[in-house]
Design a protein around this ligand. Structure first.
Ligand SMILES: [Ca+2]
Length: 186
């Protein structure tokens, strides 16, 4: 499904304060609010699902839309589709997703942003686990000098590194860094 063009809704900013006749009526305000809500619903629904591939019983799916989102939102978007953020628990799973991210980066400008994976250490600093299952990490593929030991960096993302021939993990903000959700079947 094609995603709608981004709408900018600012019914107040362009109205001169000196002309009361231009102040929107209650009906106009209600209409604007309704349009805004519809735009939000359209945004969630327009997240397109791109199948990355399958390893064993797991199918990995990238959600692509008009906007990038933060990790917390990514988790919610996966759950809303009956999925969960991806857990890369072995090299086969990691290599499949890594190759996809590298291949797709020039097309979707993924190199400028990140892909959100399901790893987190929100519960206890430095103790990383997969949020979908609460299992602690056994296999890892962190980029150099990652993860950063900090209570600010509690969520896992993946991005191309070095010569862009592979993608690796990094710790990042959960609610203040943009990514595209990488989900998996439950
Ligand atoms: Ca941390």
């Amino acid at each position: 499904m094609a995603c709608p063009a981004k709408q900018v809704l600012d019914p107040f900013l362009r109205i001169p304060q000196s002309d009361p006749s231009l102040i929107p009526s209650k009906m106009q305000l209600q209409t604007q609010i309704l349009v805004g809500l519809c735009a939000c619903v359209a945004f969630v629904q327009c997240q397109e699902q791109v199948t990355v591939g399958k390893v064993g019983t797991k199918t990995f799916i990238l959600l692509e839309g008009t906007e990038n989102v933060d990790w917390d939102t990514s988790e919610s978007l996966c759950k809303a589709k009956g999925l969960q953020l991806a857990a890369l628990e072995n090299s086969r799973e990691n290599d499949l997703v890594s190759a996809f991210v590298v291949k797709r980066a020039p097309i979707t400008k993924l190199s400028a942003v990140h892909v959100c994976l399901g790893g987190s250490d929100k519960k206890s600093e430095g103790k990383w686990y997969w949020a979908g299952s609460n299992k602690h990490l056994t296999y890892t593929n962190w980029a150099e000098n990652q993860p950063t030991e900090s209570n600010y960096y509690n969520c896992m993302m993946m991005a191309p590194v070095g010569d862009n021939k592979k993608a690796k993990w990094q710790s990042n903000y959960c609610d203040n860094a943009q990514c595209r959700p990488l989900c998996q079947s439950v």
